[in-house]
Design a protein around this ligand. Structure first.
Ligand code: ZN
Length: 190
């Protein structure tokens, strides 16, 4: 007979291993020792991973925005925009990366985590960053139409909220913006 409890414990264990293997130590925690974050070199390293996500979105004909969540030098969540494929207005890169990271963490708050995203977050994602108590946000290109982390509003540094996110702007901004430009000029040509 199958022991149900034992088999679910087994699956839990397998899942933890799988999750562990899926996270890539792009910068090993040991290399971070003695360095004070924020660190521009690491910011670029992780922004490159967010850019790789944005390129995936581009290949799938989605607005090319990508994001990763980093804790202790390790990527624990990644996502790219999937609004078209999922027909879900909330399927933004930041949102999906945070969802994956929350699954890995086992909770919804992002203490000591940094979110890297290629384009300035919109009002929804800025709200989620504040609600999720994200410690730090690093973004690439500013977004003049929906940007809510400095361009139109600055929700993440709003003093009246009970949590503020520390923000670094403009990391690999030109590359992040160029991908967006390539996507939208492609749309116009169609
Ligand atoms: Zn958003």
């Amino acid at each position: 007979m199958h022991n149900l409890e034992a088999s679910s414990a087994w699956w839990y264990f397998i899942n933890r291993i799988f999750r562990y293997l899926r996270t890539e130590p792009a910068v090993r925690p040991a290399n971070l020792k003695g360095r004070k974050l924020p660190d521009p070199i690491h910011d670029e390293t992780f922004m490159r991973q967010a850019l790789a996500q944005a390129e995936q979105a581009y290949r799938h004909d989605e607005v090319p925005v990508g994001a990763v969540v980093v804790l202790d030098g390790r990527v624990i969540g990644r996502g790219h925009n999937l609004t078209r494929r999922l027909q879900d207005v909330s399927a933004h890169a930041e949102f999906l990366a945070m969802r994956e990271a929350a699954g890995w963490l086992g909770h919804w708050y992002f203490n000591k985590c940094t979110l890297y995203v290629t384009v300035e977050p919109c009002m929804m994602c800025a709200g989620v960053l504040v609600l999720g108590r994200m410690t730090r946000l690093v973004y690439g290109a500013a977004e003049p139409k929906f940007g809510s982390c400095g361009s139109i509003f600055n929700l993440v540094e709003e003093q009246r909220f009970n949590h503020r996110v520390s923000v670094t702007r403009g990391v690999l901004a030109e590359e992040c913006a160029a991908l967006m430009k390539k996507f939208f000029s492609g749309l116009r040509e169609r």
